[in-house]
Each structure stands twice: as C-alpha cells, then as structure tokens.
Write a protein that binds this ligand. Sequence first.
Ligand SMILES: [Mg+2]
Length: 379
Amino acid sequence: MRITDVKATTLKGFKQWNYVRIETDEGLTGLGEAHPGQGVVDVVLKEFRSMLVGSDPRDIEPLYTRMTRSSQSRCGLALAAIGGIETALWDLLGKALDVPACRLLGGKYRDRLRLYADVGRGRENTPEAWAERAREGVADGYDAIKFDIDNSAKELELDPVNRELSTAELEKMTALVAAVRDAVGDSIDVCIDCHGLYSVHSAVKLAERLEPFDLMFLEDPVPNDNVEAMAKVTASTSTPICTGEFLYRRDGFRELIQMQACDMLHVDVSGTGGMLEAKKIADMADLYNMPFAAHNIVSPIGMTAAAHVCAAVRNLFIMELPYHATQVDWRWDLVLSDEPLIQDNAFVVPDGPGLGIELNDEVAREHVMPGYSYFDEGA
Ligand SMILES: [Mg+2]
C-alpha cells in the first residue's frame, strides 16, 4: 500500500479545527485531527505532503521519526501537523487490518471513559456566579468539573506581570472555590486550572488555601517549563498538582516524570505528537505509578483519537470534555458513528476499524474557514 496524497482542511469551530486526510492506492483513506492553530494545514501540505507521498502508510513510527527529524521545529505548529498526520495513519492502519485503533496501541482496558466538564468560569467572577456555573455542569450529569481560576481576581492584583498573588487575590480565589465546593457537595470532583501564571510561593499559598476543598487536581500553578519549580509546589501541598498540556513528546515529560515533579499528567494527544507518543508518555508515567488524564481542545474527531489512547493506557483517570465549546452547537454533527460518542456522560470508545468514526462531509463543508478549500475540492 502506498500513500497517493495528503490533504488538509480547516473549519471555523471553537478554535481553528484542522483535519488531515491521507489517501492510498488501495482506495483506503485515513482521517486525523491536528492540534488547533493557524497555519497548521499549511505545514501539513508544504512541509510533509511530498515526504509522505509514495511511502507505505503502515510504517507509522518510521514515518513519525522521519517527520520529526526533518522538521526545524519539534513542537508547536510542526508537531501539531505531525500529530494530525500520525492520527490519520492509525485510522488508516486500523481500517486496513479491520481493528479499532486502541487495539493497535496494545488493547482496550475500558470501553467507556469518565469525563470531566471544563466549565470555564462563572458568568461573573463572584462566588454566586461560580456556584451557579458549577450547578449547571452537575445538572448536565457530570460528576467532575473544572474551573479556570486565573484572572478571576484581576481587579485585586498589585502588578500585572510579576506572577505574585496578593493576599486579597488569594482570599477571593479561595472564596470562589469554596462557593463551588459548597454548591456541588462532597461527592463531585472539582479541578482548578491556573494556566501557569504564578510564582512558586504564590502557588504554594494558593494550593495550601485550597486543601480543605479536596480538589481532584490543581493544574499548572506555575509555568510548566521549569521542572524544579513545579516539584517544589507539588512537594509543598496535599492538593494534587497536575501539568502537561503544553509539553511536547516524551522528551518534554521525561524529567517531570522522573523527578515526580507533579502528581498526575494532563497530556494533549493532538498537541504532544499524536497517539503513540501520548501512549508512550502514559507508560513512562505508569512506571512511577502516576495517573494520566487527556486534555482536549479539539473537535469530536480529535477527542475520538484521544479516547483510543485513553482506552489503551492502564493509568488513565479521566478525559477532558471541552464543555465550554458548547456554543459550537453543530460539533457533534461533524461525526458519523454507529452510536453516540457521549452516553450517560461518558465517552464511548468506538468499536469500528481505525478511529471508528468518519467526518460528516456535508456538515464540515458548511463550516470551512474562509480562504481554505475542503480537502482540495474544486482545486
Ligand atoms: Mg489547562
């Protein structure tokens, strides 16, 4: 089997949703979603297309290695493009062998994945509004919810850039989380994301103040590119510290895991290099008995790829549902699948070959980003 063409397109979704389609001389095609970002599609077509055409698509790891070796950049846009291509190759191989992608990654530990709803923020940054937003997530049936606490007390900050949290900010943030915990009771898991904004000692103070609320995790309390700083926060608190959505490939996780600088990983499958790379990161973490969660800001196509990884890793504890993308009310219509992907608030891993889903061309075509064609149609 040989690759005859690589096509790509971009939809205007919650973010820029990028898709890759790989075509072969046997008529089989593979579909993958690349990490959101402007220009990703151009990298797929201009940097990698000619390298892939003529290759056997079943040699996934050698092709991945060729792409990462040839690229000037092994993160960001280039890795987003590579991740989309890699996912399309797994979809294709699964179809060629008539097995679901999770089988190719070692097999399925679970059919259904627990989801947390990333509810974002309250409509205002008041305890009442945060409590209301928490109740909405729980009323929709989710037993785990996440809030973004960064910038929630911006009016109280003393300096916009120095990473310090004033006592007044700490007080307010604590009151917001207290209101959430009070609103949902003790049986709901609550997560808080800081997006890597704070200094070590501010993060230590925040984590300590949040200990009574028994968080499932506190995410990226400090910038995630300094392992020692993350380790210091993690060692200081009983609040579980989580990081990983902005780290790339095994190399980006190696020190973090070896130093046990966090309590759990939050890996973005589409951003970190694709499905096999994410599986390898999970396995590396499992050597240290460290749990693995999947971060998602992709459309349901990319979520399905992440779900196949999550099904095939032993140490999975939860997967993100980008609940704040609910304003894109056509997003589930993008998927053609035998049964709904979300059932009883869990993600049901498709059983069909490859990813087990197809892109609904009719729906997708309606939302192509201006300036792009739909997989070269009409070109
Ligand atoms: Mg995050």
